[in-house]
Design a protein around this ligand. Structure first.
Ligand SMILES: O=C(CO)[C@@H](O)[C@H](O)COP(=O)(O)O
Length: 224
């Protein structure tokens, strides 16, 4: 499939140097990123703990990039307001976290934030058929959530394709993001299947020249 939508690159802060987060955020804007992806992990929904709203609020003055906050936490509803106040532009929740996805999406939009929903590798795309009118972003996990640096699961390309079709059929302007194991080798598969946002941790923050890493992803995506 030829990419006709603008391809957005969202580096994941999870692979940044946590001792220098303010500088790492500013540097990625300079390097040409479109969004900053912030992975929030609770040690319960996923087997890792990252950071919470206080860190996000502290980083907000360091960049004008949209903050794409991915909540891998359960429960999620009690924390939505805190992440909106911290400066999130998008809040993505997991369909598997529950208890009521519809209610969570309503709450995110009521806070004036764009609403996203993410699917783990084992979750079928049809789970989203009843909420397409309520989402601005769908995030397909192409690894099991919890850690950076894992291998891209090619099995997820079929799901990306199905979701692209569902989005096009719906007529809603929903972004389709892919997250996990994205690099210049795997980006073409994700984009060819219909992704228009590439989230990448180690392939950007893991490199010394982040601008070159972002360009490499754009070039790879455009070549799909
Ligand atoms: O949400 C997650 C992991 O749970 C991702 O955002 C990873 O942080 C992506 O890292 P790489 O696979 O690109 O290194």
């Amino acid at each position: 499939m030829t990419q006709t939508m603008p391809l957005l690159i969202a580096p994941s802060l999870l692979s940044a140097d946590f001792a220098r987060l303010g500088e790492e955020v500013a540097a990625i804007e300079q390097a040409g990123a479109d969004w900053l992806h912030l992975d929030v992990m609770d040690g319960h929904f996923v087997p890792n703990i990252s950071f919470g709203p206080a860190v996000i609020a502290a980083l907000r003055p360091h960049t004008k990039l949209p903050f794409d906050v991915h909540l891998m936490i359960e429960p999620v509803d009690p924390y939505l307001e805190a992440f909106a106040k911290a400066g999130a532009d998008h809040i993505t929740v997991h369909a598997e976290a529950g208890p009521h996805l519809h209610r969570s999406l309503q709450a995110i939009r009521a806070l004036g934030v764009k609403a996203g929903v993410s699917l783990c590798p084992a979750t079928p795309p049809e789970m989203l058929s009843q909420v397409l009118d309520m989402v601005d972003l769908i995030l397909v996990m192409s690894v099991n959530p919890g850690f950076g640096g894992q291998k891209f699961l090619s099995s997820q390309t079929h799901k990306i394709r199905t979701l692209r079709q569902m989005i096009n059929d719906s007529g809603y302007p929903i972004k389709l993001a892919v997250d996990g194991g994205i690099d210049a080798e795997t980006a073409p598969q994700a984009v060819a299947a219909g992704a228009d946002v590439l989230i990448a941790g180690s392939a950007v923050y893991g490199k010394t020249d982040r601008a070159a890493a972002i360009r490499a992803l754009r070039t790879a995506g455009a070549a799909s």
